[in-house]
Design a protein around this ligand. Sequence first.
Ligand SMILES: Nc1nc2c(ncn2[C@@H]2O[C@H](COP(=O)(O)OP(=O)(O)OP(=O)(O)O)[C@@H](O)[C@H]2O)c(=O)[nH]1
Ligand SMILES: [Mg+2]
Length: 225
Amino acid sequence: MNWKNLTIIIPTLNEEESIEKLIKILNKMYKGVNIIVSDDGSKDKTRDIAKRLGAGVVDRSNKEIKGLTISILDAVNVVDTPYFVVMDADLQHPPEAVGRAMLKLKKFDVVGGARRKIIGDWGFFRKLMSKTAIILGKIRLMGRVKFDDLMTGFFGAKTEFFRDVIKGNRNRFELKGYKVFFDLLKLVKRGTPIGCVKYDFNIREAGTSKISKRHILLYLKSLFK
Ligand SMILES: Nc1nc2c(ncn2[C@@H]2O[C@H](COP(=O)(O)OP(=O)(O)OP(=O)(O)O)[C@@H](O)[C@H]2O)c(=O)[nH]1
Ligand SMILES: [Mg+2]
């Protein structure tokens, strides 16, 4: 596989405890791969570490609108490879799944990660929230596309396909939200086949979670966009 054709986008907010380990693993596993860290103004050394390790950095420190989704859209704008994959910085998405996603991208325009099991203690509330969000998402999509884990943060696409879909549709994305994959599926043509890569969702290795109740509200808002 020619990893030079792939860009791995990693959105970050204060991930200095994980980013070094992740970039090193990715560079070793996927020789020649491009990495873009899209950082929303981390107050720690995230950007410095990424630069030192040779990754591209989208520095969003001075941007007015901050958020996971807009960080990913901004990063896709500067991708210059035919394929990209988005993954979290905190090692919850297994690096080996990137290779499987790339393989599927040869066949599919969009590939999503589907969490096989969630390792670690998510607690009743978070499990319930996740299940409810998926059910609401499926109702919203009304069978437009078939995909089980609509709330995944791990996904990939052909760069041109993604750009075409979002062209003129930026306002349909919940820019400050977390669910860019779901927002994308709202916009693809009915019946678009979506590739699936199964993976186990690990516990966060270090650093702290950024998800909050605000993101739940943003997701609910996105259902109506
Ligand atoms: N650029 C950017 N990155 C973000 C933002 N919020 C979170 N991230 C990054 O997005 C990824 C996912 O965020 P997490 O806080 O781990 O969300 P999560 O995995 O759903 O939650 P946990 O399971 O608790 O870790 C991580 O790499 C974060 O650093 C943001 O507002 N802007
Ligand atoms: Mg996480």
